[in-house]
Design a protein around this ligand. Structure first.
Ligand code: SUG
Length: 442
């Protein structure tokens, strides 16, 4: 039976803003308090989805989470009418208000870890929503994500939904941003590479910035996803890379099929990793290692070269969909000029403008959750969650009508913004037939 990789992209929500909430994510800190353009951000994301469809790929969508999260603000002690809650939070704790307004669920790579049925002992696709406990604003995503995934992949004959891991530092989990699958084909069992930033009890950890994924979380994920023997590999991120702004492994490595494209300094023990992967996958494996002498870690972080999407097109062509910033960083531009001619198996490089998301540290790969589905599983996906040209046009029109083209942190205090966001999401719920999912949250 055929299988395909479906990218489920997070649709940017109407409250996309730059609040500088993610310590260790350099773009987030650098753009703190700048004005954002939610309309442009959402249209850029939709254009990426449209491009992938044009290339012949199946594209899914994960809609924005309800924001502001008034329930969270009430949990934190703000009370009274919605307006009062927002006004008090704006004057007493603007950072908490920004957290509850964040559109960070757009980075769907952090929504969950997904294992395809070919790798699992029970032959089903397994989903574990990430607990995202390292940042307050992101921890608010887990509950809605869990419900959204159950609604999107409803059939228990094909899909297994686990709850997020326990919400404590020991099991810190940021989803597929630290997880890659390599395999000879989409249908056959593969190898899942789980990457962690810290391992309690060891000295090898970052000195400045937080490690957001633990080994214990990864071990639990592989266990609950019932991965077949020899299918899961656990490797540590280079702690020095984290200290240079590599807050997720997908900022410095991306895998697809039999190719792993990564920076020389991405992993703590690259040689051991290489030989283990070679033993498991055999001769067809392509380890495309980019040396520090060609692209420094700093330039990798600035350009998000490795946050590209590595795509296999229906023709068999391997295409790297990279952020436009790669052309702005000279060593990266030069590296890309030679990439297709050096026997890497990458046939073509294409760039895409996602500057609104990039300014918060989210590139092409951050915006999508990859789900490998065979034909029967694909047929069991909620139909409205898959994009068609018509649905895409409806969503573009919806964004055009509801989104602002400028948002500052001052605007978050305005109750009108909360009303606008609610109205927009109520209409979106009707478009995507998700009324019962949104109702308890709006
Ligand atoms: O978790 N930025 C996100 C970016 C996530 C990128 N995802 C992947 N690498 N897969 C984060 O740091 C910034 C929000 C703000 O500052 O307003 C933010 O949450």
């Amino acid at each position: 039976m055929g299988a395909r990789e479906v990218n489920f992209d997070g649709l940017v929500g109407p409250t996309h803003n730059y609040a500088g909430l993610s310590y260790g994510n350099r773009a987030s800190s650098q753009h703190r308090h700048q004005a954002s353009n939610p309309k442009e951000a959402a249209l850029q994301g939709l254009l990426k989805m449209s491009r992938l469809m044009e290339l012949g790929l199946t594209q899914g969508i994960l809609p924005p989470h309800p924001r502001p999260d008034l329930k969270a603000l009430r949990q934190l002690g703000f009370c009274g009418s919605d307006q009062r809650v927002l006004e008090e939070a704006a004057s007493d704790a603007p950072e908490l208000l920004a957290g509850c307004y964040s559109a960070s669920a757009m980075w769907a790579a952090n929504a969950a870890t997904v294992s395809p049925s070919a790798d699992s002992a029970d032959g089903r696709v397994h989903f574990s929503p990430a607990n995202l406990i390292s940042n307050f604003h992101r921890s608010l995503e887990a509950a809605f994500t869990a419900e959204l995934l159950k609604t999107t992949f409803p059939d228990p004959d094909y899909f297994v939904h686990h709850p997020p891991l326990p919400a404590c530092a020991r099991f810190a989990d940021e989803g597929a941003a630290n997880h890659t699958r390599l395999a000879t084909s989409l249908e056959s069992p593969g190898v899942q590479l789980f990457v962690h930033g810290s391992q309690p009890g060891t000295m090898r950890k970052p000195q400045h910035y937080p490690a957001r994924q633990t080994l214990e979380a990864n071990l639990a994920l592989a266990r609950r996803h019932r991965l077949k023997k020899g299918c899961a590999f656990f490797v540590q991120q280079n702690p020095q890379a984290i200290d240079q702004g590599v807050f997720h492994n997908d900022v410095i490595a991306v895998g697809n099929g039999m190719s792993l494209f990564y920076h020389e300094q991405a992993f703590a023990e690259p040689e051991a990793m290489k030989s283990n992967l070679e033993d498991a996958l055999g001769t067809g494996l392509r380890m495309i290692e980019v040396p520090q002498s060609r692209v420094s870690v700093e330039d990798a972080v600035r350009s998000y070269l490795f946050n590209s999407q590595l795509l296999t097109l229906p023709s068999g062509e391997c295409r790297l969909l990279a952020p436009t910033e790669c052309l702005d960083v000279e060593p990266v531009r030069r590296y890309l000029d030679t990439l297709t001619a050096t026997g890497t198996g990458i046939d073509r490089v294409e760039t895409i403008n996602l500057r609104q998301s990039m300014a918060n540290g989210g590139g092409p790969a951050c915006l999508r959750l990859r789900v490998i589905l065979n034909d029967r599983e694909l047929a069991a996906v909620k139909p409205e969650s898959l994009l068609t040209k018509t649905r895409l046009a409806t969503l573009v029109d919806w964004v055009e009508r509801h989104y602002r083209d400028r948002l500052t942190l001052m605007d978050l205090a305005d109750p009108q913004l909360a009303r606008e966001s609610k109205t927009a999401l109520e209409e979106l719920a009707r478009i995507l037939k998700l009324e019962s999912l949104y109702a308890p949250f709006l």
